[in-house]
Design a protein around this ligand. Structure first.
Ligand code: ADP
Ligand code: ASP
Ligand code: MG
Length: 416
């Protein structure tokens, strides 16, 4: 059995399209220092001057979210999730307040809002809350007053009135949910690379920028390690038909469009990308049923990825970050279990796979030639994933990227 389960979709009430509403999200590197914040302010003022109603979603500056998480753990070994959310939601507020000041200096009107003030309502799960509603009245009012609206990403207020955060990379989801709720046709995601590439461009310099990717492919790419978009943001985009444009903050180049699949996407390239994660813990469990095991893991908030059952053994993987929670659950269940911490994962993804047999054979042959033996293999209609040793991940990405000719110009897909 193979499962890559995507979470349920938030009920973001769809809105009537309001002509000219533009949602622009800027990631941490894009607002990393005062000069970059002034640059972003300039971009927002230009977008406003071009006639758009501008809503900007900002991430925390640089690595400040990591710094806040570290700070929490310096004070307490196991900080309470509610207090951790109070702390780590602060980074995004700082960016928005500073950007509003920079916009005022440029002679334009702006207002910064926390997620809560912006009407982002979530469930009560701290650290990985889901947006359940967007009450955008205050945003509409500010836009009607001709202001640029800056919304702190990654956070909301729960139905219990506590501050929540949406999981790492969650500002993407704030932006897409707002685009859906405001009826914006496109959500622009500004980041530190020029778009979505055939592999992480920091690892594979010859990776190609993809011009167009379907929602389904982007879900698989994001879920298997292409951290350029949070998985949940792609789900919300797909469900509300929000087109995403992933592009660079530091250039005016066209980036990557994420939208409905069309025939050209299937025809052009067999494979769209190779993704990886360096660390993913693989567990082997005996002496329980899947229903009991996965209910307990879900209860503890462990993000189970791959599941393989070969009776009597259940094998599953989860992010290295969830190791402590998973250990607590397994110790509490009175089962025999073991875990491997020396594995990562490499995946080959492409909608073209559906109509072309032989992709799996080629992937395995390529890995074997490089002396790499997968520990566990899982597939979906458009993905093949192999758990391999962490120290083999870089090589695996490189040889697969080459074998599927992703460094050739044909790997790019034109958006027409
Ligand atoms: P931001 O702070 O703007 O949200 P992230 O760090 O979350 O940016 O995501 C951008 C990073 O994602 C890039 O710097 C890049 O290293 C990484 N990445 C991984 N895989 C891919 C891919 N296939 N295409 C583009 N970027 C990728
Ligand atoms: N600042 C948060 C993080 O680092 C959210 C984001 O950047 O999207 O995960
Ligand atoms: Mg991100």
């Amino acid at each position: 059995m193979t499962a890559t389960e995507f979470e349920a979709i938030p009920a973001v009430a769809g809105a009537e399209p309001r002509l000219g509403t533009l949602v622009m999200k800027f990631g941490g590197t894009s607002v990393a220092d005062p000069e970059k914040i002034r640059d972003v302010a300039r971009r927002l003022v230009e977008a406003r001057a071009a006639g758009n109603r501008v809503v900007a979603v900002l991430s925390a500056m640089g690595h400040s979210t990591d710094d806040l998480v570290r700070l929490a753990h310096e004070v307490s070994a196991r900080p309470k999730p509610r207090e951790l959310d109070m702390l780590i939601s602060v980074g995004e507020r700082i960016s928005c307040a500073l950007a509003a000041m920079a916009i005022h200096d440029l002679g334009a009107e702006a207002i910064s809002l926390t997620g809560s003030q912006a009407g982002i309502v979530t469930d009560t799960v701290h650290g990985r809350a889901k947006i359940v509603d967007v009450r955008a009245r205050r945003i509409h009012e500010a836009l009607d007053q001709d202001r640029i609206v800056l919304v702190a990403g990654f956070q909301g207020v729960s139905t219990d009135q506590d501050i929540t955060t949406l999981g790492r990379g969650g500002s993407d989801t704030t932006a897409v949910a707002l685009a859906a709720a405001l009826g914006a046709e496109v959500c622009e995601i500004y980041t530190d690379v020029e778009g979505v590439f055939t592999a992480d461009p920091r690892l594979v310099p010859e990776a190609r920028k993809l011009h167009a990717v379907s929602y389904e492919e982007m879900l698989e790419l994001a879920a298997s390690g292409a951290k350029v978009l949070q998985v949940r943001s792609v789900e919300v985009a797909r469900n509300h038909n929000v087109k995403l444009h992933v592009r660079s903050t530091f250039s005016a180049e066209e980036g990557t469009w994420i939208r409905e699949e069309d025939d050209r996407m299937l025809e052009k390239a067999l494979i769209s990308g190779v993704t990886h994660t360096r660390e993913e813990t693989l567990y082997r469990v005996e002496g329980t049923t899947p229903s009991r095991l996965f209910a307990a893991l879900a209860e503890a908030g462990v993000n189970v990825d791959t599941i393989v059952q070969t009776s009597p053994e259940i094998v599953f993987s989860a992010p290295a970050d969830d190791r402590d929670s998973a250990t607590d659950v397994l110790d509490g269940l009175d089962v025999r279990w073991s875990a491997r911490d020396d594995l990562g994962k490499v995946s080959v993804i492409g909608a073209g796979m559906k109509s072309h047999p032989g992709v799996a054979a080629k992937a395995f042959a390529t890995l074997a030639e490089a002396g790499i033996e997968p520990e566990v293999v899982t597939t979906s209609p458009i993905k093949i994933s192999c758990h391999i040793r962490t120290d083999e991940v870089e090589t695996a990405v490189a040889v697969l990227h080459r074998a599927f000719e992703l460094d050739a110009p044909d790997a790019e897909r034109q958006h027409a």
